[in-house]
Design a binder for this molecule. Structure first.
Ligand code: KG4
Ligand code: ZN
Length: 342
């Protein structure tokens, strides 16, 4: 059995965790920076990098102490090396390199998106490759065919905003504060999802890609119109987003053969309405549905440590450079729209 230290610092969560190859999360700590970024209504990269720099070293020490393990007894140190806000990624990667060098333990550079993509296998030992993955977070919105560790086929991506971003922007328009996803979900429960007529961008289009920019603008118009309650707007937004997700998934899966499981990961996978819609969608198609517990969906270090477990035996050079962009499927063509993301 191996044990891996995972480090995550690519956005606004500073996190460290110890995970074993038999799927035990031995110790984990996470510090959110919500309070620091809230006054600005979004993540400020410079503030994030400083906060990671202040918190990460003591957090790593604490996690090692919690697990009762000396660094030299680790089998590997796995750190997010991209994609993400580069200042924060560098803080985590440099710390991992220093510890790896001092303790003579292999460094494994992890793609943050791979952390999300493999996290369902940490939670569910019976989940085998291949599986279809809806990866929905604040920065990413993709449908992938996960064929193995390091083997990802991107079936769809967003041509503008990510789904989490659409939730965050809707929250901002409705004055719900930051981070917005959970707040929109809470308010949506009390509203009528059919009350406000909102667009479903790209619904029915031939390519399975996503677009959420138009939906966000429609939410703004609905709010400014003053004819609807915030709860009705939140519920209608969530329903429109959900309809898009299901339609795009249908299209993406139609292009490949039968896949036994549908998996959701990334911060938005914490959303209960989305989880239940996906569950019914999978059931209709005779697919298993797997969703990690919400704490494993939003950014965390256990998923990074687990990706390290999956890659145990690999060793990256200590001059591995942090990557602001790092697509899971380098062969997928770019679909450029306004605000295109890798
Ligand atoms: O994976 P994550 O923690 O960070 C990124 O890698 O982006 O995802 C954060 C995103 C944010 O946009 C947040 O609003 C969204 O996930 N999110 C949710 C919920 N919880 C988090 N969106 C909708 N409903 C939720 N319950
Ligand atoms: Zn993430």
């Amino acid at each position: 059995m191996g044990i891996v230290l995972g480090i995550e610092s690519s956005c606004d969560e500073t996190a460290a965790a110890l995970v074993t190859t038999d799927r035990t999360v031995v110790a984990q700590r996470i510090a959110s920076q919500d309070a620091e970024h809230a006054p600005y209504g979004g993540v400020v990269p410079e503030i994030a990098a400083r906060a990671h720099a202040e918190r990460l070293a003591p957090m790593i020490e604490a996690v090692l102490a919690d697990g009762g393990i000396a660094p030299r007894n680790l089998d590997a140190i796995a750190a997010t090396a991209g994609p993400g806000l580069i200042g924060g990624v560098m803080v985590g990667l440099v710390s991992a390199k220093a510890l790896a060098m001092a303790s003579e333990v292999p460094l494994i550079a992890i793609n943050h998106l791979e952390g999300h993509a493999l996290s369902p296998r940490l939670a569910d030992p019976t989940l085998e490759f291949p599986y279809a993955l809806l990866l929905v977070s604040g920065g990413h919105c993709q449908i992938l065919l996960v064929e193995g560790v390091g083997r990802y086929r991107r079936l769809a991506t967003t041509i503008d905003d990510a789904l989490g971003e659409a939730f965050d922007k809707t929250a901002k328009i409705l004055g719900l504060g930051f981070p917005g996803g959970p707040a929109v979900e809470r308010l949506a429960v009390t509203g009528d999802p059919r009350a406000v007529s909102l667009p479903r961008p790209l619904l029915g289009s031939a390519e399975p890609h996503f677009s959420f920019a138009g939906l966000k603008s429609a939410v703004l118009r609905a709010k400014e119109g003053g004819n609807h309650t915030d709860a009705d707007i939140a519920a209608s937004f969530q329903q429109a987003a959900l309809d898009c997700v299901i339609d795009r998934l249908k299209k993406a899966l139609a292009g490949i053969g039968h896949v036994p499981a549908l998996v959701v990961a990334g911060g938005v996978a914490a959303n209960q309405a989305i989880r239940s819609a996906l569950e019914s969608f999978a059931a209709e198609r005779g697919m298993r549905f797997v969703a990690p517990p919400p704490a494993l969906c939003t950014d965390n270090a256990a998923m990074i440590a687990w990706a390290g477990c999956e890659r145990l035996g690999q060793s990256d050079a200590l001059d591995f450079v942090a990557r602001p962009r790092w697509p899971l499927d380098p062969e997928a063509e770019s679909v450029r729209g306004a605000g295109y993301k890798a």
